[in-house]
Design a protein around this ligand. Structure first.
Ligand SMILES: [Fe+2]
Ligand SMILES: [Fe+2]
Length: 406
């Protein structure tokens, strides 16, 4: 899964001015072990409390990366080849073969540059980096948990699809492990075993898992590749070596997205009617707005690596939207200047909500103060949702091949 899949809108933790939402970080040593291809992540290593020395888990907010669960019985029915004749087994077998090739088997190998670079990062930028690693690790780990469970549950019904999920969970474990190892450069580690148990799981029915995960993988691809290309052209901002790994890393996310594209095609009911169009637009809006609100609150991070946050986000949104238009039956008109104007209005309203949340006023008064702001927020969102959409991909659009850059 990608950097920040995210879901939902609104305010967030008051733990710092940056709005950081710290997770159960502990001083050294990580659960995720990243050592080239042999990365393992012990999801079953469940504990009652964060390991000794960990920070308390922070309050979850609507903008923190989420953990998902779904209706696994419905998933089993959907991938039963007897029941679903739309399953293109040859396509899934080809995808499975590609995943088995494991292009990035030896990609995620660390070197001494990491620790040295982390030591040079001091002051506010250091804290921002820690938060970036923390959030990214959580998002990747969330993908690992979901895919691993899907791999397990679909084994009997559809071994090929199950195998792909398991291989994708391998990739996500590797990504999360690599990020967690990055935290060790800052003498911290995420207690992933605790996180597995302590986090609330958001339930999405399979249809919504497909939309949300497809978008999350593709947006992750565009985020990684954009940062990678930017730092390649502007090496003076290359302040931590993890970004050098993004070129191959993002190809994993791209492949994951292509797999979800194949899954969606096998469920034409999710793509071919007016409800599918409405849901597609809803998920696009939800994912884009969440990312924008999250990132604008963290401009220091993007500026720290020489990016203009808003330009970066708009580029990612536009490109993701173009990619998504190949498969979703409708997408948003994100290139319309009104869309960005409204995004900015949401930023202002979100700031107001945070300020109210952080004020010392009594809770009842705060709730009252929030009402008009939330009303405006919802009105803006609705206006964005109702903007004339862009009709896009359909099942007739057969040119949705995995885009492998090797
Ligand atoms: Fe990933
Ligand atoms: Fe992924």
């Amino acid at each position: 899964m990608a950097l920040e899949a995210g879901k939902g809108l609104s305010s967030q933790s008051s733990s710092s001015r940056m709005g950081f939402a710290p997770l159960p970080l502990r001083r050294r040593k990580s659960l995720g072990v990243s050592n080239g291809s042999r990365v393992t992540m012990m999801a079953a290593d469940v504990v009652d409390k964060p390991k000794k020395g960990s920070k308390e888990i922070a309050k979850d907010t609507l903008l923190t990366p989420r953990f998902y669960t779904t209706d696994f019985d419905e998933m089993e029915r959907m991938f039963n080849t007897e029941m679903n004749k739309n399953l293109n087994e040859a396509e899934f077998e080809a995808l499975a073969a590609e995943f088995k090739t494991d292009y990035n088997q030896v990609h995620f190998v660390r070197n001494p540059e990491f620790k040295a670079a982390a030591e040079k990062l001091q002051g506010p930028l250091r804290q921002i980096f820690v938060e970036f690693l923390e959030r990214s690790c959580t998002a990747e780990f969330s993908g690992f948990l979901l895919y691993k469970e899907l791999g397990r549950r679909l084994k009997k019904t559809n071994p090929v699809v199950a195998e792909i999920f398991t291989l994708m969970s391998r990739d996500e474990a590797r990504h999360a492990g690599f990020l967690n190892k990055g935290l060790s450069d800052f003498n911290l580690a995420l207690d992933l075993g605790f996180l597995t148990k302590a986090r609330k799981y958001t339930f999405f029915k399979p249809q919504f898992i497909f939309y949300a995960t497809y978008l999350s993988e593709k947006i992750g691809y565009w985020r990684y590749i954009t940062i990678y290309r930017h730092l390649k052209t502007n090496p003076e901002y290359q302040c931590y070596p993890i970004f050098k790994y993004f070129e191959n890393w993002c190809q994993d996310e791209n492949r994951h997205g292509d797999f979800f594209s194949a899954l969606l095609k096998a469920q034409p009911q999710f793509l071919n009617d007016w409800q599918a169009k409405l849901w597609s637009r809803f998920f696009c809006l939800s994912v884009y707005v969440t990312m924008y609100l999250n990132d604008v609150q963290r401009t220091a991070f993007y500026e720290g690596i020489g990016l203009d946050t808003r330009k970066f986000d708009m580029h990612v949104i536009i490109e993701t939207n173009k990619t998504t238009a190949r498969i979703f039956p409708a997408v948003l008109d994100v290139e319309n200047p009104v869309f960005q104007e409204k995004l900015e209005n949401l930023v202002t309203l979100n700031k107001k909500l945070i300020a109210i949340g952080e004020s010392k006023a009594p809770e009842a008064l705060k709730s009252l103060q929030k009402v008009p702001v939330i009303t405006s927020f919802v009105t803006e969102l609705l206006a964005m949702y109702l903007m004339r959409p862009v009709d896009s991909g359909s099942l007739d659009f057969v040119d949705v091949e995995p885009q492998v850059v090797y």
